[in-house]
Write a protein that binds this ligand. Structure first.
Ligand code: UDP
Length: 326
């Protein structure tokens, strides 16, 4: 099978490319390298079935058209991700997540190629009827709260994808729930798991935002990759949306304590007001839990990795690479 993966040097993209190559696939990878890290792809560069094209979708339309003509499935992962990015640069969030998706979908449509689009649990916003089924309402705050630009942009991109599905293009939409694992960004633009791990390993206090009682359902990267590959294969998934997430809900404060316990560090936990970290245009959601029954039925997806086990694996990876710039 031949694949195009946009956003290949991103955290999920790099794991997906490696898994597709391992299954004897040929992978065309695209990225403008504005956020993605080429070092994540370095081990793949030696594989003769791996090809990298640098540029955004809009910049490389002609080259992409030639590649798309030859592939079986397009995995569209390229996106601006990371909460601090949403409050710092909403224009870029909309530009990449909506405009680039539209450009890609037009190409996919003109070549009749299947697309797996990776969306996010963020689209449910602050809906508090849990667990979220794929047809749940999307509940957002005011436009002046920049955080919602990501949920709105990904929702708009979902509408573009669904619109093409209605026209007859095979499209699958996946909503990822707080993915973590080796290689995730541990800077202040990354997710909380890698952030806490790097803080703990550096003997810095773990910064819990708010009261720490907000919850998430953290999902290990290998589970996410398995579900994503299944979405590219199953015909019965086409035209549908699936939650890919773990059913293990944990509060951020419990997560901080668990990470300290697993690192064996006696680090401190400090509580930080949201506004100190994100500025005034931010609002958090209290809980986030997926209903994964549709993914179980159609994709045979179940997040198999218990949080404790996934954290141990992630921790080992960071221990080895600490100081390596991740
Ligand atoms: N968070 C935190 N400390 C940090 C980073 C994040 O307490 O150093 C909190 C954040 O405010 C949110 C949760 O952890 O309540 C998850 O944040 P993340 O950025 O990983 O993803 P989100 O689910 O908000 O998109």
């Amino acid at each position: 099978m031949r694949y195009l993966v946009t956003g290949a040097p991103g955290f999920v993209g790099s794991h997906l490319c490696a898994a597709l190559l391992k299954r004897n696939g040929t992978v065309w990878a695209l990225d403008d390298l504005s956020k993605g890290r080429p070092e994540r792809l370095a081990p793949l560069g030696r594989n003769l079935r791996f090809h990298f094209l640098q540029g955004s979708i809009a910049q490389r339309l002609d080259a992409l058209a030639e590649i798309i003509e030859t592939v079986d499935v397009i995995y569209h992962l390229a996106a601006v991700v990371g909460v601090k990015n949403y409050v710092e640069d909403p224009v870029r969030v909309v530009e990449v997540n909506v405009c680039e998706t539209l450009a890609l979908m037009k190409l996919a449509w003109s070549h009749g190629k299947k697309v797996v689009f990776t969306s996010t649990s963020e689209v449910y916003g602050k809906n508090n009827e849990l667990p979220f089924t794929e047809d749940a309402d999307r509940v957002y705050g005011p436009a002046g709260t920049d955080r919602w630009c990501y949920a709105v942009a990904k929702s708009a991109a979902e509408h573009i994808c669904l619109g093409y599905a209605r026209r007859g293009l095979p499209v699958v939409i996946l909503r990822y729930f707080n993915v973590y694992g080796p290689g995730a960004d541990s800077s202040e633009y990354g997710g909380v798991v890698s952030r806490f791990i790097s803080q703990a390993l550096a003997d810095q206090p773990l910064t819990v935002h708010g009261d720490g009682n907000q919850t998430r359902s953290f999902t290990y990267i290998n589970d996410i990759v398995r579900g994503t590959i299944a979405a590219g294969k199953r015909v019965e998934a086409e035209g549908k949306i699936f939650n890919l997430g773990s059913n293990e809900e944990i509060s951020i404060l419990q997560l901080a304590r668990l990470i300290l316990q697993l690192t064996g560090k006696k680090g401190k936990i400090i509580f930080q007001p949201y506004s100190d970290f994100y500025g005034p245009h931010y609002e958090d959601m209290r809980r986030r839990v997926p209903d994964t029954s549709a993914a179980e039925r159609c994709l045979d997806f179940k997040a198999r990795t218990p949080l404790r086990e996934g954290l141990m694996k992630t921790l080992e990876w960071y221990r080895i690479r600490i100081g390596g710039g991740f």
